[in-house]
Design a protein around this ligand. Structure first.
Ligand code: GDG
Length: 767
């Protein structure tokens, strides 16, 4: 652990870690003996607390203890742990109304059931949503108050989906991470949420958003794509939305293996084992165990049903097997949770009445709190542990059981629907909805030979030991460190004049290749309204007239459109991502694109009929391709648009494919051609075979499609990505926006001495 923490410190490189979660790591409560401090159990606190102690950052959380603000300063801050005061705990005060609306209602009765696909429990009411927003604002305020822009802000879970956005708005440069501990649902479920756009946009304001499982990542990417029209790179795990980039990945959470292992071996735990055995008559019995917060997602009634089936179908276990259900009552203010608690109590009583005998009670339900040594003892003595979640982000109980199984006697039965399932492949899989199947697996586990149990448990223990909570922390901090390094390495073109100049001046030619929308012309809601700002037109006109200069505009627009819109004489235009290219006196069209032309026309006609009535949709027939824009289309209609476009691609039998751009679906011919191939073609035609050596090349673009051009050009080229957050680009340089592009073009004109006599200019270029 010490080595892991040292590594985390290195990775942080002096940056302050600011953790933000709903639950606080230390709670101060008033008792008859005065104020007492307790540390809530749970994986997150157990993992992050030692790191915070070692790195001395700030932890921001809701101050839920009734003496919390008595022991804190005027800003809600207190040093913790109480004995060493190694880091700052900043408590956020929430009103009773906010706790009710933000925590009990919106977090736990809207987002929790939504994400666990338990829609029968979900309700989305307006007032709780407002309070959820208010509470998220308070957390964001606390972050801004307690940190500077250099800190690494790490938010946790579904309670804080909006806070990233509130922080970003007020501090654009802040590095923000978010970890979502629960599942992210499939889009078909997520779209039931009336606040889905705000939730997604809240999370997308983070630089890095992580989930427990790759499936959750996939779902999230799909939701961003479908709901927001964000552009999504599934291979890279990158979402681009509103000019920002968010990286998305899966980092499965784990437990502090070494500490749990040591706890389970301790004399204290051994005393607890003896005591539990004696008190509950467990000696000589097969002990099966369930450990849960009392939550409807954990599948406790389903587990008891399977137990009923076990005693019914496998009579040999009657009198021999005891099921210990260790439950922690949870969210008891919510009716569904109180109902569940009663249901479980009834079921336990029924099972004991049906199967029990004077000397044998089949089910023990323990709801009293046990200290860590008591929990470790339960895990260590259990022959079977049954985790039967109906949905679960991860499920730490499964990993805690493995870590405490120091005698390697136990068998883990693990729901296929828990996030842990794919990692813990040496567990026995169960389907919680299949009571008969689960009962049969319990019987198999109970009779499993000792050698097989040990072998399975060895594999499980080796896995969890290696992939422990410190490894999870390391993955996060390392990802953050990489992104920060990439950000620091961003070579803003502004201020790098000498370096850029050296790449261009002195060659016999200069080639300036430019994307249009978002690069030369600011993005506007309606594409027809995009126009070239006058100062840029003026500079480009001067550049175009320079001798030995090649200027080309390479756009996704149709050739005629881009030519008319840019309206600069004597330059090369490439339309339709280079499928049609024209110089001052010639035009070329890709031969395969020509063949697709009639199909595009038919598709446009049909799309016009189908989508004509949908507000905000514009269909642009660009002859070789078609663009269906939906920037102004209300969200509920976007799916209809998407389906219609994909149907056209299907209908073409593979001749046309769909590409998604910024709020636009493009229907294009399936040809091996892109802006990269197009610019190489232009350079070859205009300059000749030696273009790579002869010309100083500049390519500037903001779009995903410009990446093909960045990658296709030689290392010596000046490639420039336009965007505020240009991580993960193949371009060498970056410009923040159209203004910086304009500034650079001016600078280029200056280097070429374009206000001077053209002969002098030619001379300067050779010098
Ligand atoms: C969320 C996600 C994800 C349970 N009963 C008792 C007790 N516990 C402790 C366990 C464990 C923790 O509570 C429960 O952790 P889980 O992972 O099972 O579930 P959630 O609370 O739903 O947590 C989940 C987790 O976040 C972390 O990312 O794995 O998927 O839903 O530590 O030991 N502890 C005690 N008595 C109990 O009766 N002392």
């Amino acid at each position: 652990m010490r080595a892991a923490i040292a590594e985390l410190r290195d990775l942080l490189a002096g940056r302050r870690l600011v953790v933000v979660s709903n639950r606080e790591p230390y709670v101060h409560r008033r008792t008859s003996k005065g104020v007492e401090v307790t540390r809530p159990s749970g994986g997150l606190v157990a993992a992050l607390d030692p790191v915070m102690q070692a790195t001395g950052g700030t932890w921001i959380a809701w101050g839920s203890g009734d003496a919390d603000f008595e022991v804190s300063d005027a800003r809600g801050r207190v040093r913790v742990p109480p004995d060493t005061g190694a880091y700052t705990l900043k408590r956020v005060a929430l009103t009773e109304d906010e706790v009710e609306g933000y925590y009990y209602e919106y977090s736990n009765q809207a987002l929790w059931p939504l994400c666990h696909m338990a829609m029968a429990h979900a309700r989305f009411r307006r007032r709780p949503w407002e309070l959820y927003q208010a509470a998220n604002r308070r957390f964001a305020d606390a972050v801004l108050e307690e940190s500077d822009g250099d800190a690494l802000v790490w938010l946790h879970d579904y309670h804080l989906a909006l806070a990233p956005r509130y922080i970003r708005t007020r501090r654009p440069e802040q590095f923000i991470m978010h970890f979502w501990h629960i599942p992210w649902p499939a889009w078909d479920i997520f779209r039931a949420c009336p606040q889905r756009v705000e939730i997604l946009e809240g999370l997308l304001a983070a630089d890095f958003t992580a989930f427990q499982h790759p499936r959750h990542v996939e779902h999230f990417l799909e939701c961003a794509e479908r709901e927001l029209g964000a552009s999504v790179d599934r291979d890279e795990g990158v979402i681009e939305h509103d000019g920002r980039i968010t990286h998305v990945d899966a980092f499965p959470i784990s437990v502090d293996f070494a500490t749990l292992d040591a706890q389970a071996r301790s004399g204290e735990s051994e005393r607890w084992m003896a005591q539990l055995r004696k008190r509950h008559g467990l000696d000589g019995k097969i002990v099966a165990l369930g450990v849960d917060r009392l939550d409807y997602t954990k599948g406790i009634p389903e587990r008891l049903r399977a137990l009923d089936r076990l005693f019914e179908r496998f009579p040999e276990f009657r009198g021999r097997l005891v099921f210990v259900q260790k439950s922690a009552p949870s969210r008891t203010k919510i009716k569904a949770y109180r109902d569940l608690q009663r249901q479980i109590e009834r079921e336990v009583a029924r099972l004991n009445a049906t199967w029990g005998r004077a000397e044998w009670r089949p089910v023990l339900h323990i709801t009293r709190p046990l200290p860590p040594a008591g929990m470790a003892a339960l895990y260590r003595l259990a022959d079977l542990c049954v985790v039967s979640s109906l949905q679960d982000g991860m499920n730490l109980v499964a990993k805690e059981y493995v870590a405490c199984q120091v005698d390697r006697r136990g068998v883990l039965l693990l729901s296929e629907l828990a996030g842990a399932h794919d990692e813990l492949s040496w567990a026995l899989p169960i389907n919680p909805y299949d009571a008969g199947g689960t009962a049969a697996t319990m019987a198999l586990a109970a009779e499993m030979p000792a050698s097989e149990r040990a072998e399975r448990m060895d594999h499980l223990r080796a896995y969890v030991a290696e992939h422990d909570i410190y490894e999870w922390m390391r993955l996060h901090i390392r990802a953050a460190a990489h992104l920060l390094a990439a950000r620091a390495a961003t070579r803003w073109i502004r201020g790098r004049g000498d370096e850029v100049r050296a790449r261009i001046i002195g060659r016999s030619r200069v080639a300036l290749l430019l994307d249009f929308d978002g690069t030369l012309a600011p993005i506007v809601p309606v594409p027809e309204e995009a126009s070239l700002p006058a100062p840029i037109r003026d500079t480009l006109n001067r550049l175009a007239k320079a001798p030995e200069m090649l200027v080309a505009v390479v756009s996704g627009r149709a050739l005629d459109d881009i030519r008319g819109r840019a309206a600069i004489d004597g330059i090369v235009y490439a339309g339709n991502h280079g499928l049609e290219i024209a110089g001052p006196r010639w035009t070329w069209t890709h031969p395969q694109a020509e063949e697709a032309r009639p199909l595009v026309a038919e598709a446009c006609a049909r799309l016009g009929e189908r989508l004509g009535a949908i507000p905000g949709v514009t269909i642009e027939d660009k002859q070789f391709t078609a663009s269906v824009h939906y920037r102004l289309t209300p969200h509920p209609y976007v799916e209809t648009v998407r389906m219609a476009v994909y149907e056209e691609a299907d209908r073409s039998g593979g001749t046309l494919v769909v590409r998604q751009g910024k709020k636009v679906f493009e229907l294009q011919p399936y040809v091996a051609w892109d802006k990269g191939r197009a610019v190489r073609w232009i350079l070859e035609r205009a300059i000749g075979g030696g273009w790579a050596e002869e010309a100083g090349i500049i390519y500037i673009g903001d779009d995903r499609t410009d990446e093909d051009a960045f990658a296709a050009l030689p290392d010596s080229a000046v490639t420039v990505k336009v965007g505020a957050n240009p991580a993960s680009t193949a371009a060498r340089y970056a410009a923040r926006d159209v203004h910086e592009v304009a500034e650079f073009l001016q600078q280029l004109a200056g280097w070429l001495g374009l206000d001077r006599d053209p002969r002098e200019v030619a001379e300067r270029m050779r010098s």
